[in-house]
Design a protein around this ligand. Structure first.
Ligand code: VG1
Ligand code: CO
Length: 543
């Protein structure tokens, strides 16, 4: 039986860079999640008889919202939902399942790298039929609908058993609980040279440590790295998903994965260390005694991708988000393929991937992926690295040195100022925009501004436009500072300052990053008045 539940709109149900993210207690309010999910179904393109994929990163409140979503989906005419067992589906696995089973879309319940637990964060993302995040036109339509919604629909009934693989009936809809790992693991096996990786695992030529951070990649990494590739038990650390991620931020960076970093800098370091985030779409790569920035990892993966079977025929193009360093552009140039620069967030890569204009994409925030799905993919990046290590037999540090010697090196860091007052953050950005026109020609220490703008993007495939995607300040020497506000936080505002300095192949390639960026850090303060606006004299997180 279908019930119609009267409701009224909530303010602020506006999806950000990657879905709607709020505190768990916000999502726990009666009608909150229901309103949003119903709004998605009210605007989504979903032909009669559609399949919907539902899964999440296993965080607190995941199971509750999955049961709500199933009841609402049944009342809205879906023929079938596919749900990961235990409510689990990593973001890239969900993308693959949507594509493989021809679903019209999927709900991914995650707040990604944000912490989990009753006092922490929750989130809902909607992905479309190509497996990728809903583009802006769709998220705007969803948001508009949340502002007028007056009812949501549900089928009454018991919760389905999320822990048993199999089908059950919910109203007229079939709810199918699937193995969350198998399809994804099979896909990875198609893309990469598993026999070559398996051989290096067996003879100990390559050793690895993978930190799943008590988040969603644990079951995937156990299956792929330990069972299918034969890396020894214990290779995967923190491999059991926990509702609160063990009380940590499941954010694979040098701050939150400090233990892995310390291991990789010690004499006991394996060949390669890696970690992934809450929902499995990010990756951290650290070689024995060398950290590879995500921007460099993108460039190095693109330069060596032909060593993996899936990319042996070459790449069609490389895309990166605007704040990501230009290291990947140099590779694209050498390969004679296009380099694309998009706004922040994976949703902007979808059209390029669908149109065959790009094969590999990446973001400075530890996201890399390819046209195998329509999301960034943490384990994919780790497996491509393992494939490259297996084929070349070279350590990560050597691969990095050779890369820099060929393409030059982009020293890079991102400084985050978290949970600052929203009004102060907005004032900082407004003042910065006012100052833009007067910046070219001005000098800050040894740096002279050559251009400054607010990044706007016109999608080369569908022509859609996105404005206000971050302030760029370019210097005559090729260095760059980008300022933007985060679209994934749940408390106040987060200011991100991205710093990049390029050294040509004949330049200084083996220096320490902080020293190389010191002039840029000083310039960022002088240009944006960070301390004056926020009261902060140092960033909370440097990645
Ligand atoms: C951040 C990153 C962005 C990434 C997004 C979602 O967004 O900067 O590159 O795509 O998170 O990643 P923002 O707006 O906070 O800078 V995830 O792993 O949270 O789905
Ligand atoms: Co994520």
């Amino acid at each position: 039986m279908i019930s119609t539940v009267a409701t009224t709109p909530f303010e602020g149900q506006k999806p950000g860079t990657s879905g709607l993210r709020k505190k768990v207690r916000v999502f726990q309010q009666p009608n909150y999640a229901e309103n949003f999910i119903q709004s998605v179904f009210d605007v989504a393109e979903r032909p009669a008889g559609s399949t919907l994929v539902i899964g999440g990163d296993g965080r607190f409140h995941n199971r509750t919202v999955i049961q709500q979503a199933i009841r609402i989906a049944a009342a809205n005419g879906y023929a079938r939902v596919l749900v990961g067992k235990g409510g689990i589906l990593s973001t890239p696995a969900a993308s693959h399942v949507i594509r493989k089973y021809g679903a019209s879309g999927g709900l991914i319940l995650s707040a990604s790298h944000n912490p989990g637990g009753p006092e922490e964060d929750f989130g809902i993302k909607y992905n479309i039929a190509n497996g990728g995040p809903a583009p802006e036109a769709v998220t705007e339509a969803i948001y508009a609908r949340t502002q007028t919604i007056d009812r949501w629909l549900m089928v009454e009934g018991d919760d389905i058993d999320l822990d048993r693989i199999g089908s059950s009936q919910v109203g007229d809809m079939v709810a199918q609980v699937i193995d969350p790992v198998a399809d994804y693991a099979d896909l990875m096996e198609e893309l990469f040279d598993f026999p070559a990786i398996r051989a290096t695992a067996a003879n100990g030529a390559v050793t690895t440590a993978f930190d799943a951070m008590h988040a969603v990649t644990g079951p995937y990494a156990h299956e792929i790295l330990e069972r299918r590739l034969g890396f020894p038990a214990g290779t995967v650390r923190n491999g059991t998903p926990l509702e609160d991620f063990g009380g940590h931020h499941p954010d694979p960076n040098l701050v939150h994965a400090a233990e892995l970093y310390d291991l990789m800098m010690s004499s006991a370091a394996p060949t390669i260390g890696a970690a992934s985030d809450g929902d499995g779409d990010r990756n951290l790569i650290i070689g024995k005694s060398v950290f590879i920035t995500p921007s460099d990892s993108l460039a190095m993966l693109a330069a060596n991708a032909h060593l993996a079977p899936a990319y042996a025929g070459g790449l069609k193009g490389i895309a990166r988000s605007m704040p990501t360093s230009t290291a990947a552009d140099k590779v694209a140039e050498a390969l004679g393929i296009p380099a694309w620069e998009t706004p922040t967030g994976w949703k902007f890569f979808g059209t390029l991937l669908d149109a065959g204009k790009a094969t590999i994409c990446g973001e400075e925030s530890a996201g890399t992926g390819s046209d195998h799905v329509r999301e960034k993919d943490g384990l994919w990046a780790v497996l491509l690295w393992l494939n490259i290590l297996a084929v070349t037999g070279k350590p990560v540090a050597k691969l990095a040195q050779e890369h820099w010697a060929r393409f030059g090196r982009n020293y890079y860091a991102r400084h985050d100022y978290e949970a600052i007052e929203t009004a102060n953050a907005n004032a900082l950005m407004a003042a910065l925009e006012d100052a833009l026109a007067g910046l070219p020609g001005r000098s800050f220490g040894p740096l002279t501004v050559s251009a400054a703008d607010q990044f706007a993007y016109t999608d080369p495939v569908d022509g859609s436009e996105s404005r206000n995607q971050g302030v760029r300040v370019m210097f005559a020497c090729g260095s760059r500072i980008v300022f933007r506000l985060s679209g994934t936080g749940t408390e106040g505002a987060t200011l991100r300052v991205y710093l990049e300095r390029y050294e040509a192949p004949d330049g200084r390639l083996a220096e320490e990053t902080p020293a190389m960026l010191a002039d840029l850090i000083a310039a960022a303060e002088a240009i944006a008045g960070i301390a004056a606006h926020t009261g902060r004299t140092a960033p909370d997180v440097v990645t």
